[in-house]
Design a protein around this ligand. Structure first.
Ligand code: F6R
Length: 240
């Protein structure tokens, strides 16, 4: 695991975008695994700038998102479908047919999971972007999730719902379930890039970098992946 400590959120976002832009330049038809949340927003802003400056094009890039809430529609401002379009896809030349975000049809959740999982098996993700939950979750793989898990419906922990409450009017509005790539899907990516910022992640950084691998802290499995880069800002690194 390559650890890079940078000054702040902006520096993390600059480096994150540079790594992703270089991946696209090296292979304009690459496949990216993408994340939502606060961590990648600055990175996406920089990628939009790089597109506007004609440094990169998403014309042939394929994307697969980690996860999506259950129980809210794609047009809901807090859906991850909405987030990705609002923060990245609407501002670059990605083709909608190349965008993949897990969807919940509500007919059969098992079928929804199988469909996305089959897509992931056919895809080969060149670079997977990740954030980390305060409890070590990656995607929505909460503590205790087996490392062999593939795409599934997860009941969100109280901690995760509280962490995400800031985006909703009240805790009651925060969805209770989500569909997520499993840990095994995430580990299939050729390269992984994790972004970690802020004091609220300082304890998670200590656990991640301790090297102990345990399902109680899902991100710890990244220690077993051959090509992981973690960009950590000074606030998140403050307990090291
Ligand atoms: C997002 C995702 C989550 C977030 C994590 C950190 O698609 O899968 O694992 O990466 O919850 O969220 P932020 O970046 O908001 O701190």
């Amino acid at each position: 695991m390559k650890v890079i400590v940078v000054k702040d959120y902006q520096a993390m976002s600059d480096l994150g975008a540079e790594i992703i832009a270089n991946t696209i330049k090296a292979n304009p038809s690459c496949t990216l695994g993408l994340a939502t949340g606060s961590s990648p927003i600055g990175t996406y802003q920089n990628l939009v700038k790089a597109y506007e400056n004609k440094e990169i094009s998403f014309k042939d890039v394929k994307t697969y998102n980690l996860d999506e809430y259950c129980g809210i529609s794609r047009s809901h401002p807090q859906s991850y479908y909405y987030f990705m379009h609002d923060n990245l896809f609407n501002h670059v030349d990605v083709r909608e047919e190349n965008v993949h975000i897990p969807a919940v049809s509500n007919d059969s959740l098992d079928e929804d999971c199988k469909k996305y999982n089959d897509m992931l098996h056919e895809a080969s993700i060149d670079l997977q972007l990740l954030g980390i939950g305060g409890n070590g979750h990656i995607g929505f793989n909460e503590p205790g999730t087996p490392f062999t898990q593939e795409t599934f419906i997860v009941e969100l922990t109280e901690k995760t719902r509280q962490d995400n409450k800031r985006f909703f009017q009240s805790i009651d509005e925060v969805p209770t379930h989500a569909i997520t790539m499993g840990i095994q899907n995430i580990m299939q990516a050729k390269k992984i890039l994790m972004l970690i910022s802020g004091t609220s992640k300082a304890d998670a950084v200590v656990k991640l970098l301790s090297g102990e691998i345990t399902p109680d802290f899902p991100a710890s499995i990244l220690n077993n992946h051959p090509d992981v880069t973690v960009i950590i800002d000074q606030d998140a690194y403050s307990k090291m």
